[in-house]
Design a protein around this ligand. Structure first.
Ligand code: NDP
Length: 292
């Protein structure tokens, strides 16, 4: 039976470490890290993510700067607010909650965030450096960084291992594969046009599943003893729940736990790490400025 990686507990440990460092900074320099969270419109899911992030900041002593803009705000106004945050020395990280309304060009807005405050790690310069040998990005994207943190804190070594990443999105699949490569794994990326993905996944010592396909990866797709990190977060109908749905991963958890060596649950696996890594990036950004 697989060791179930408790993302919630690992994230809590990291948050405690962050809180201790924030306290040290405030004692030594009378300053605390600041994170600006920009939200446009009133999408319920985005609002709940933003509230969660703001609450998480408060819990570790990070000051959050709330920028709540109406759905009909112009692209120019959003960019103006981003520029203001870029120039505010109390703000060490800027996060623009996606998706933005259709009339706003997301790429344009994200590119305006100062690379030194890009705590989401999506700025092309940060991604570019992640892809280059011998270069270090200022920030790593939170979910991919969280996946590697789960592996290292569970004692899974990466060097020399065969890793398969399922998915190649800009926010998860691609950056996590680059991170694994930087950590000396031999990496294969599987996507929607890959034939025989099952066969490729079966060769992996480490599987990172980020396809957004509920329960796609079955137990017999997994090499016995492999470490399986399930990023997928998919809502499926469940009439037995009050909400009418439940969340499942890309991996068939019940089957996989009989075969894998390590396995993350959904929910309670990668999700909590994503928020913890956002706090960590904000702290690191602040330390660069405050301690210099
Ligand atoms: P995207 O939809 O942007 O990307 C999905 C990727 O999976 C694409 O590259 C796609 O290939 C590939 N894919 C789709 N179907 C298959 C298939 N059958 N076989 C192999 N590859 C396939 O999703 P995201 O990367 O944004 O998110 C992936 C999942 O992770 C989602 O469930 C999302 O909710 C979750 N997520 C969880 C987070 C967390 O904190 N826990 C954070 C972010 C995402 P192609 O490129 O060819 O289209």
């Amino acid at each position: 039976m697989a060791t179930i990686i408790d993302g919630k507990a690992i994230a809590q440990t990291i948050r405690n470490e962050i809180a201790a460092e924030v306290l040290q900074l405030s004692h030594k320099y009378a300053q605390v890290p600041g994170l600006a969270v920009v939200i446009v419109g009133s999408r319920k899911d985005s609002q709940s993510y933003v509230n969660m992030k703001r609450k998480a900041c408060a819990e570790v002593g990070i000051r959050s700067f709330d920028v709540d803009l109406p759905e009909e705000v112009s692209e120019g106004e959003v960019i103006k607010r981003v520029h203001e945050l870029n120039n505010n020395p109390d703000v060490h990280g800027i996060l623009v909650q996606l998706p933005l309304p259709k009339h706003i060009n997301e790429e344009k807005v994200l590119t305006e965030i100062s690379v030194e405050k890009d705590v989401d790690g999506f700025h092309p310069l940060n991604i570019g450096k992640l892809a280059m040998k011998g270069r270090e990005p200022l920030f790593l994207p939170c979910t991919p960084k969280g996946c590697l943190e789960l592996l290292s804190r569970s004692g899974v070594s990466i060097k020399g291992k065969r890793a398969v990443v399922v998915g190649r999105s800009n926010i998860v699949g691609l950056p996590v594969s680059l991170l694994l490569l930087k950590a000396d794994a031999t990496v294969t990326i599987v996507h929607s046009h890959t034939p025989d993905s099952e066969k490729i996944i079966r060769e992996a010592d480490i599987v990172i599943a980020a396809a957004g396909q509920p329960l796609m990866i079955k137990g017999d797709w997994i090499k016995p003893g492999a470490a399986v990190i399930d990023v997928g977060t998919n809502a499926v109908d469940d009439p037995t729940r009050k909400s009418g749905y439940r969340l499942v991963g890309d991996v068939d958890f019940e089957e996989a736990k009989k075969v894998a060596g390590w396995l993350t649950p959904v929910p309670g696996g990668v999700g909590p790490l994503t928020v913890a890594m956002l706090l960590k990036n904000t702290l690191d950004g602040a330390k660069c400025k405050i301690e210099r």
